[in-house]
Design a protein around this ligand. Structure first.
Ligand code: ADP
Ligand code: MG
Length: 594
């Protein structure tokens, strides 16, 4: 007698539930996706105890016939695909036919549904995977799924649930993320009978974003748009001053499907290169649209992991689109009075009741093409500053921020205070000088004819084999920027010349530091990054103005002028801010004059 037997459907469902349902938020995601697949224009979500005691999702979608309502709880029962070939072109969120039976296996579930053609609806009750009852039930067209006592029959899983507020936070993320991708659908979320979100149908993604983030945060959002190689990128990103301590506010969609993708997240981050410090993460909601045949969503039961062909193309397009958007945005200087921590959307007032939102809707009745989600204070009309004889074009806004009318002085020999047309700025003299030196060094490198300085005596550089390898790889770059280095025996090199930009610094010490950073992985592989890193290193080594250095008026003036001419005057090469601005308006508000 064989020892293998087929598991009962109830057990199989419980196993599937283990993969699909991590926490209440996973159920909310599956149920909302079902509602969207059913063509709902309104989805109401209600939860209690972070979803542990109740999750209720009600929609006005197409509903199910009595037969379908029963069939829906069978494993792999789906209306969304029928043959294997359909797996290649999945247009719906669901297709595996696993969600409802899995949820039913680990909770007490009641589904009430009605199709338009029928007078009455159907109610199906399932408890721990066992069908308890199926009966006719009056009700409106659409579907209501109530999930109670999650994991009541799997205590081990229940123990892994976090506190109610944490679970609620995850549910909120799911609802906001799906709402962002479906702006025309009305979404509501309430917890313990308290309304947390009420998102009326919005005409555009932009409007939906405003509903969710509210006035305070929308000021710091920028719209992105990119295209190439059959890929389209759209969405919003935060200005570099809108930082988070983790990646939770990075959301990616592929063909409107919300996915998790570490690679995309890195690509987004890379777009902020040099604008953020280590350990800071940008905010971004990014939609990627590609030919569905390039995306395999049948990889994981939650359908949040996908396999994409030519993924690297998408990543570089994301990175490029973000970098270009930030470059164009120009005004990236942090507002000194900007709130440093942004509240989660749900803890603020309901967006629609905000006067700014009403104003936003009014103003956007006609399509607007400006690229910044700036709705609160329109930028004052800019006074163009002549950009004479410069090889680069700095956006006008940048120059406005740094259009200094008066240098007022120094504080603690460390910060420079200056008056600008829009208010006042406070500059970190060392960070500013480092930025100026960094860009000068980089331009020299890029010129292709860097000035070279011969060492009085050749120096021998002995290296550990690993560093030896790194140096060998970096050799073409080092030569390009002015080093003259040759292999010398087994594990050594001889250094003959060095870039003049290094002035009186010890070139060998600089090289060693560079190799150390390369080894630590601080510098990523690409040549361009290595070059930037070297420039940053040199800028740091070259005699720069330090904190506590007294500066004369003309020296401050010159520094600020040179800073204004930088491609990115807002951050030092390490991503720290170079200056903060205090707009006159904000100052007036602070002093309650406005
Ligand atoms: P899938 O979404 O992968 O098809 P589910 O288990 O989530 O699998 O749902 C099974 C089937 O039940 C769906 O294919 C659909 O036909 C039906 N269904 C589920 N939820 C709804 C809903 N809210 N409105 C209408 N039909 C639904
Ligand atoms: Mg489904």
């Amino acid at each position: 007698m064989g020892i293998i037997h087929v598991l009962s459907e109830a057990v199989a469902n419980k196993i599937a539930a283990g993969e699909i349902i991590e926490r209440p938020a996973s159920i909310v995601k599956e149920l909302i996706e079902n509602s969207l697949d059913a063509g709902a224009t309104s989805v109401e979500v209600e939860i209690k105890h972070g979803g542990k005691s109740l999750i209720r999702v009600a929609d006005n979608g197409c509903g199910m016939s009595p037969e379908d309502a029963e069939l829906a709880f069978q494993r792999h029962a789906t209306s969304k695909i029928s043959g294997a070939e359909d797996l290649l072109r999945i247009a719906s969120f669901g297709f595996r036919g696993e969600a409802l039976p899995s949820i039913g296996a680990v909770s007490r579930l009641t589904l009430t549904t009605r199709v338009e053609a029928d007078d009455a609806g159907t109610e199906v009750c399932v408890e721990g995977g066992v069908k308890r009852s199926v009966k006719p039930k009056p009700g409106r067209v659409g579907t209501v799924v109530e999930v109670r006592d999650l994991f009541f029959n799997t205590p081990a899983r229940r123990k892994f649930l976090r506190t109610d507020p944490t679970e609620l936070g995850h549910v909120l993320d799911v609802v906001t993320h799906l709402a962002l991708a479906n702006p025309s659908v009305h979404f509501t979320l309430s917890s313990a009978n308290k309304s947390l979100l009420s998102l009326t149908p919005a005409k555009t993604f932009r409007e939906r974003a405003f509903q969710i983030w509210g006035e305070d945060q929308s000021r710091y959002l920028l719209e992105i748009q990119g295209e190439g190689g059959g890929i389209q990128i759209s969405g919003i990103i935060g200005k570099p001053t809108m930082v988070r301590a983790n990646r939770t506010d990075q959301v990616f969609f592929i063909n409107r499907r919300w996915i998790r993708h570490v690679g995309f997240s890195y690509a987004l981050q890379e777009g902020y290169h040099g604008l953020m410090m280590h350990g800071q993460y940008p905010v971004g909601v990014v939609f990627v649209d590609v030919d569905p045949e390039r995306v395999d969503v049948n990889v994981h039961p939650t359908k949040q992991e996908v396999r994409i062909s030519k993924e690297s193309e998408i990543k570089s397009l994301i990175c490029r689109t973000v970098a270009e958007c930030l470059q164009k945005a120009g005004d990236l200087a942090p507002d000194a009075l900007q709130p440093k921590t942004f509240s989660r959307p749900f803890s603020t007032r309901l967006p629609e009741s905000q006067p700014a939102y009403l104003k936003f809707q009014e103003e956007n009745a006609a399509a607007v093409s400006e690229s910044v989600l700036q709705v609160s204070e329109p930028e004052p009309a800019e006074a163009p500053v002549p950009v004479s004889g410069e090889s680069f074009i700095a956006p006008v806004v940048v120059r406005d921020q740094l259009h200094i009318t008066k240098v007022l002085g120094q504080i603690h020999h460390t910060f420079i205070v200056a008056e600008t047309e829009a208010g006042m700025i406070l500059i970190d003299q060392h960070a500013a000088h480092e930025r100026v030196m960094f860009e000068a060094t980089l331009k020299e490198f890029q010129s292709g004819h860097p000035k070279r300085q011969r060492l009085l005596m050749d120096e021998i550089l002995e290296l550990h084999p690993k560093r030896h390898e790194i140096l060998k790889r970096a050799m073409p770059l080092l030569e390009k920027i002015g080093f003259e280095i040759e292999p010398f025996g087994e594990n050594a090199f001889v250094v003959r010349s060095y870039p003049a930009a290094l002035a009186d610094e010890n070139p060998v010490a600089c090289l060693e530091r560079f190799l150390e950073e390369m080894e630590d992985g601080k510098t990523k592989g690409s040549l361009e990054n290595a070059q930037e890193n070297l420039a940053a290193l040199f800028a740091c080594k070259r005699r720069s103005v330090k904190a506590h250095d007294p500066m004369t008026g003309p020296a401050m003036q010159t520094l600020l002028e040179r800073l204004a001419r930088c491609d990115n005057p807002f951050h030092c090469p390490h991503g720290r801010p170079t200056f903060f601005k205090y707009s006159f308006l904000d100052l007036e508000k602070q002093f309650k004059r406005k």
